[in-house]
Design a protein around this ligand. Structure first.
Ligand code: VGL
Ligand code: ZN
Length: 213
């Protein structure tokens, strides 16, 4: 593949590169911190950068601890469908919820926080898990004339995939940069996520495919 130069109307969406998803975090993703230097290297190629932050109130409905008799990584039925239950993670204002200290994105223009409604999870940066409540990101990007998005971060099979799928549904040309992501991968979730993304026309790229300034 010849090298891709992101157009001026592209945005890099940096998903959930937070302590909670890196080594030592409450929901650590294997190799999570390894995406940090890769994302730092990609950033100068983008005129527009949006960061997302998983940002739950204590006692959030997606926490196993909030559902009696349930353990982390089991599922439960919520009013909007099946929900995986997680260890308490990324509680608002805690170290676990802070962005990784080595993430260096001085030109980022927006931080979008999600998962703050107590009874609704939000893997996607665009729409919450009830599939009705918008975060405002679609309108923000469209009002700014953004036409394509490149998605990176944590975790490939949850927040990255749901963000990329919703970006595609909203009409953005959408790419996921695989080596700038790491996955949770439970019960085949990683392969399922890639299959779904590829079926929707989301491009699967590597950071080496991009021409960096
Ligand atoms: C995430 C599980 C729960 C993610 C967030 O960022 O992929 N996964 N909350
Ligand atoms: Zn979460």
């Amino acid at each position: 593949m010849s090298h891709i130069t992101p157009a001026a109307d592209s945005a890099l969406i940096v998903v959930d590169v937070q302590n909670g998803f890196c080594d030592g975090g409450n929901l650590a993703v294997a190799g999570g911190a390894q995406v940090v230097p890769i994302i730092n290297r990609l950033a100068p190629a983008f005129a527009n950068i949006v960061i997302t932050q998983d940002w739950h109130p204590a006692g959030h409905a997606s926490f196993a601890s909030a559902q009696s008799g349930k353990a982390a990584f089991e599922t439960t039925d919520m009013f909007y469908g099946t929900q995986v239950l997680w260890p308490d993670h990324c509680v608002q204002g805690t170290h676990d919820a802070a962005l990784h200290a080595d993430l260096h994105l001085p030109t980022a223009q927006l931080i979008i926080r999600k998962g703050f409604h107590e009874g609704i999870d939000s893997y996607s940066a665009f729409m919450e898990a009830d599939r009705k409540t918008q975060t405002g990101l679609e309108a923000y990007l469209k009002q700014r004339g953004i036409r394509s998005v490149y998605v990176v971060g944590l975790a490939t099979d949850f927040c990255v995939a749901w963000t990329a799928l919703d970006a595609r549904s909203a009409g953005f040309d959408t790419c996921v940069i695989e080596d700038a992501c790491r996955a949770i991968d439970m019960n085949g979730s990683l392969a399922a996520a890639w299959a779904q993304m590829q079926a929707q026309g989301i491009q699967r790229l590597q950071s080496a495919d991009l021409l960096l300034p």
